[in-house]
Design a protein around this ligand. Structure first.
Ligand code: MTE
Length: 337
């Protein structure tokens, strides 16, 4: 297991963990640190190190998930600064337009989504294309926990403990050809279980599509998540497989993925197709470039209410500049929003 050294931009483990647990974990890990690789990633806890989430409803994880998550323990979170968002908020304040446009619609409607069996197609500019049952697709990957900020373009944010694996590990596995310059993701299209896809009023030309430049996808922060809060993903959060790119606005983090394609041209993404003057391909979190209809300088950290709005300043690249700013050297971020 890699031990990562935190940077100033990190969501510190001590900020989201009871101190006693934090200290005891540090002393156990401390002895092992010297001989292990050190990288510039934010701090994360390993999957068997999960002991913190007070209000989590247990899920019905498939056996392959349980096998990759050997010893999950549960406990309370005592937070100082950046709290992990309560499970209830993370699972009942969602954007998943396939299930409706209100924040509560995904939790209310996504129960109808059948996530088992699930298959993922890998195609395009790859040496090893294929259609995989999810349990086979997952075989090569070790699961990790990553505690990331999630900043929506609508100016609300959360802190979520994801469980997943780096997109770079998938790329290594499928062997992109020299023509591959971008990675394109596609969500399930199933109007029977997805009422938003049946609606005559939907602006979206289904399926929902997202994409990254290949070097962005290779960045160690980009992960494919299969779980959160120590359990598998709830349907409303994008079960059984979603993208998480924490330095970008949340709409890049596409849910319920069924197709991953390596392509030579920049893919046409969903929100860009709907309103390219409001939502760009890059969608990097940037407090200095406002959305045409609202400021991006600040955000509401959930839980947030009328009497306690919990507003804070938005950070460049959502606080992950040290890890990702070099991807954009020489790029005009005002034009490439
Ligand atoms: N993926 C699909 N397929 N459909 C969607 O409507 N919404 C996006 C993103 N992924 C969306 C999606 C938006 S706008 C955000 S902010 C995040 O999911 C929200 O993720 P969460 O509901 O897990 O917080």
């Amino acid at each position: 297991m890699l031990i990562k050294v935190p940077k100033a931009s990190d969501c510190h483990e001590s900020d989201v963990t009871p101190e006693s647990l934090y200290l005891s974990r540090r002393s156990v890990l401390g002895a092992a640190v010297a001989g292990l690789a050190v990288s510039s990633l934010p701090r994360w806890a390993s999957a068997d190190d999960v002991a913190r989430y007070a209000d989590v409803e247990p899920g019905k994880a498939p056996s392959w998930f349980a096998e990759k998550l050997p010893s999950t323990k549960w406990g309370a979170v005592n937070v100082k600064d950046e709290a992990i968002t309560p499970f209830k908020d993370a699972t009942h304040y969602n954007n998943f337009y396939e299930f409706g446009t209100d924040k509560g619609d995904p939790a209310a409607n996504a129960g109808a989504l059948k996530t088992e069996p699930w298959s993922v197609v890998v195609d395009g500019e790859v040496g090893k294309p294929g259609r995989y049952a999810l349990e086979d697709f997952m075989k090569p990957y070790q699961l990790e926990e990553r505690i990331y900020r999630l900043r929506c373009v609508e100016a609300w944010s959360m802190v979520i403990p994801w469980i997943g694996f780096p997109v770079s590990a998938l790329l290594k596995e499928v062997e992109p050809t020299s023509k591959a310059k971008f990675i394109r993701f596609e969500t399930l299209q199933d109007p029977k279980s997805m009422p938003g896809q049946r609606s005559g009023f939907a602006l979206i030309d289904w399926p929902y599509v997202e994409g990254l430049r290949l070097d962005e996808a290779m960045n160690p922060l980009a992960i494919l998540a299969v779980g959160m809060y120590g359990r598998e993903l709830p349907n409303q959060n994008g079960a059984p497989l979603r993208l998480v790119v924490p330095w970008k606005y949340g709409f890049k983090s596409i849910k319920s993925i069924v197709r991953i394609s390596l392509v030579s041209e920049q893919p046409k993404t969903t929100w860009q197709s709907i309103a390219s003057d409001e939502y760009g391909f890059y969608a990097n979190v940037n407090p200095t470039v406002d959305h045409p209809r609202w400021t991006q300088a600040r955000e509401r950290r959930l839980p947030s209410g009328l009497f306690k709005p919990n507003v804070r300043d938005t950070q460049m690249f959502n606080g992950y500049s040290d890890e990702v700013a070099s991807l954009y050297t020489g790029l005009d971020l005002r034009k490439n929003y």
